[in-house]
Write a protein that binds this ligand. Structure first.
Ligand SMILES: Nc1ncnc2c1ncn2[C@@H]1O[C@H](COP(=O)(O)OP(=O)(O)OP(=O)(O)O)[C@@H](O)[C@H]1O
Length: 761
């Protein structure tokens, strides 16, 4: 049946809703099955929302989804959120205590219902997720826990004159060598042709990344001779990102999507150079006397491998992870060889430690994702390597051979696996065996001149793969395997979409729950204090005559956040927390005086992101007027040009400094989490990488003691949000003239009640 006309219980709220005005599409959405006709007819004197709730459960087709859809149609039709009957009544006469009480009860009931529904959905998601995990795992098992792909590099512009065609992909799984002296074929799990793109490669890798999120240790290697495209596949370029950036993005996408599970990641990066380990997230010592921490490989009781002293940095987003990766890869050992201008002279290992916790049952799963760009596997004779380059090449080849032995032994299920033969295999011991997934991407050059190297690489890969020329399985077995795979893939995609559906549903219910909690908080506050009423009360309570209570506005809902965070935002929150008056200072009235300082009246300075933190150049000296900003510039002790250049060249260190780096007159120190104000005992947020650039050569005259209006504060706040503090005075100085000389930056922050804090970095 179609509803033709309906009234909301209290017409004072939203008046009459004429359903004939709604589009037929909307009408179709809310058609109620015939059996419910009588119920609907009786609905008119009640609120629609209440009736909808009462209908729920009376028939299986009437789900909460259905009720929600009707509610949203009602909302869009009448332009105000739909609430239950008692809530509706109370909105029209909010001062009525009874109605507020009814609304509270009603909201409590609704919240209870939503929480119940959420818990059911979460359980369902857990079940679907475990089904999805097991089907994916079975697919990967069938495909093989150790897989080897081959990627044929396209001809480079410099190779255009080379004779084409000795290395081709005969089919999806076969590489054909048709050189003058050699004709061979090699089988792989997948062969990427020269015109394949990064998307094609990642599409094959993605399920394994998913598997790492499901708790398996994963190793992805890029193997091949120098210049065959290993770094291209792993790192890619800005326009065409490779496996590493895509995997990082995938990890964070998953974390943001599945709110039912808490994922946390940390990143480490190291290189195996000439048989020893180097932490790539730590700057190399520039002097012989500088001590570096020795990295040693330790095995835990459960076979868990840990590298002692290796830097491990928690990563909160892709940007941060990419920044660290970039930093690490810049420190990697590279050299010119006659095969590649920037040949990697070491194995570069990126490790992402994944911890995933289900808040439902508090279970924790830990896994590691290794993304490894191996050193070039070239023959030393071919590259004419000598001296250090030869030593490096030899070390690379020894460890590659050890890696081949380990993977081959694992594949053949040999009782002894020779992990101890190289540092590389020792580190990866817990990520190469049972319950882990290994993928090797073998890269080959298409040119005839590299044919010898190509055959070596392909033979190595074949050994790793544990198979020899010819098929291992009979045709029937292959058919059965293919059928099982396609069945499992179907199941997996069904579970995937189920999980997605449930995640979406949970998200929207969380949102609704947040709204309800917010309304509940509002009702509770309304019950306690009447809205927008000037009143007199005990001054000890911090409220004085004529004060107006902050109006309680609907708040931003962050689904799982505690309600205190999301509800009842006071106007005082528009200023930084440390500037909000304390209980004792609230009594004092500080005069608000207009400040005409140019810094206050200027447009907010431009902010931009950089790999470095702050770069502020400000000489000190005699006060003169700056033509550009109107600020006073101190030019008495102006720094020399060379010094200024040094300051400009050496970037402001990205991380927080050692505690003893504060200036003599400082009141604060810094930790890795940011500066800690000793005087005020307040922990400030760390300096982020986003920063405000101040005009070079302009000293900002301290104005910390000036009084400014609220408008100024909000303007500065907008400009200075990137440094999380209200900086009303910034100065910097340099001690020493070397690039490593210490730089000090001080920020004077003034609060509304007149207190000033100085932060020194
Ligand atoms: N699939 C590809 N498409 C286009 N260009 C490629 C591809 N693979 C490699 N290249 C180009 O080939 C050159 C060498 O590649 P790359 O530096 O990735 O080799 P590599 O195997 O990492 O060498 P090394 O072991 O010496 O570090 C680079 O200029 C790269 O851009």
């Amino acid at each position: 049946m179609h509803l033709t006309s309906m009234h909301i219980g209290d017409s004072s709220l939203s008046g009459e809703i004429c359903w004939e005005d709604c589009s037929t599409e909307i009408m179709r959405t809310i058609i109620i099955p015939d059996e419910q006709d009588d119920n609907v007819k009786q609905m008119s004197p009640l609120s629609l929302s209440q009736s909808l709730d009462s209908l729920l459960g009376s028939k299986s087709s009437l789900t909460t989804e259905w009720a929600d859809s009707v509610r949203s149609i009602m909302n869009s039709a009448c332009g105000s959120p739909m609430t239950c009957n008692s809530c509706t009544v109370s909105l029209s006469s909010s001062s009525d205590g009874d109605n507020a009480h009814n609304r509270q009860e009603c909201l409590d009931r609704e919240i209870g219902k939503l929480e119940e529904e959420l818990s059911v959905l979460r359980t369902a998601l857990e079940v679907s997720n475990s089904l999805r995990r097991s089907s994916l795992n079975r697919i990967l098992d069938l495909k093989g826990n150790i897989r080897v792909f081959c990627r044929i590099r396209p001809f480079l512009p410099a190779e255009k004159h080379a004779r084409p065609g000795p290395v081709t992909n005969a089919s999806e799984n076969w590489v054909k060598i048709s050189g003058r002296n050699s004709r061979k074929e090699f089988e792989f799990d997948k062969v990427f042709q020269p015109n394949s793109v990064q998307d094609d490669v990642f599409a094959e890798i993605e399920p394994i990344i998913r598997s790492a999120l499901d708790g398996h240790n994963v190793c992805i290697f890029a193997y091949g001779q120098t210049g065959s495209g290993k770094t291209f596949t792993m790192e890619g370029s800005n326009d065409d990102p490779g496996v590493v950036p895509r995997s990082l993005r995938r990890l964070f996408e998953e974390a943001s999507y599945d709110t039912n599970i808490q994922y946390s990641y940390s990143l480490s990066m190291l290189e195996v150079y000439k048989g020893s380990l180097r932490d790539l997230l730590v700057a190399r010592p520039t002097r012989h006397t500088d001590a570096t921490k020795c990295l040693s490989i330790q095995m835990g009781s459960k076979g868990f491998i840990e590298v002692e002293n290796l830097t491990e940095i928690p990563i909160a987003d892709v940007k941060e992870a990419s920044r660290l990766y970039l930093k690490g890869s810049r420190r990697r050992s590279t050299a010119w060889t006659n095969a590649n201008d920037t040949s990697s002279r070491s194995h570069c290992l990126l490790r992402i430690n994944i911890v995933c916790k289900s808040p439902h049952d508090n279970k924790k799963r830990m896994s590691k994702l290794w993304l490894i760009d191996l050193g070039g596997s070239e023959r030393l004779l071919k590259t004419n390597a000598q001296g250090l380059t030869m030593e490096e090449g030899r070390a690379i080849n020894i460890s590659l051979s050890a890696l081949g032995d380990v993977i081959s032994a694992l594949h053949k299920r040999r009782p002894h696996v020779p992990y101890r033969n190289s540092k590389l295999t020792q580190i990866l011991r817990d990520s190469l065996g049972d319950n882990s997934k290994t993928l090797m991407l073998v890269h080959v050059s298409p040119t005839e001149t590299d044919l010898g190297e190509t055959i070596c690489s392909l033979s190595f890969a074949t050994r790793v793969r544990g198979t020899h020329l010819g098929h291992d399985l009979s045709a029937d077995a292959e058919k059965l395997k293919a059928a099982a795979m396609s069945e499992l893939s179907k199941q997996n995609s069904i579970h995937e979409s189920e999980c997605q559906l449930l995640c979406n549903k949970i998200k929207s219910l969380n949102l609704l729950l947040g709204e309800k909690r917010c309304s509940l908080e509002q009702v509770k506050n309304e019950k306690m204090l009447p809205r927008d009423t000037s009143f007199t009360t005990n001054p000890q309570q911090g409220v004085s005559v004529g004060d107006t209570l902050p109006s309680l506005s609907p708040c931003n809902i962050d689904s799982e956040k505690p309600e205190t965070d999301s509800c009842a935002i006071s106007p005082l929150r528009k200023v930084p927390r440390f500037m909000s008056p304390t209980a004792s200072s609230r009594g004092k009235k500080s005069p608000i005086v207009l400040c005409d300082h140019p810094m206050m009246t200027q447009q907010p300075p431009m902010t931009f992101t950089s790999g470095y933190s702050k770069r502020i150049v400000a000489p000190r000296g005699v006060l003169t007027d700056s033509p550009r900003t109107g600020l006073k510039i101190d030019t008495r002790n102006d720094i020399t040009n060379s010094k200024r250049k040094l300051m400009e060249r050496s970037p402001w260190p990205a991380t927080a400094k050692k505690p003893d780096q504060s200036a003599d007159n400082s009141v604060c120190t810094t930790t890795s989490e940011g500066p800690v104000d000793k005087t005020f005992g307040i922990k400030e947020t760390p300096t982020p990488t986003k920063f405000t650039e101040l005009p070079t050569n302009d000293v900002l005259t301290p104005i910390s003691h000036s009084k400014v209006t609220e408008e100024h504060y909000s303007r500065i706040l907008a400009a200075e949000r990137s440094i999380s503090k209200l900086a009303v005075s910034v100065s910097s100085s340099v001690r020493g003239s070397s690039p490593r000389s210490r730089r000090r930056l001080s920020l004077d922050c003034s609060s509304m009640n007149g207190t000033t804090k100085r932060f020194v970095f």
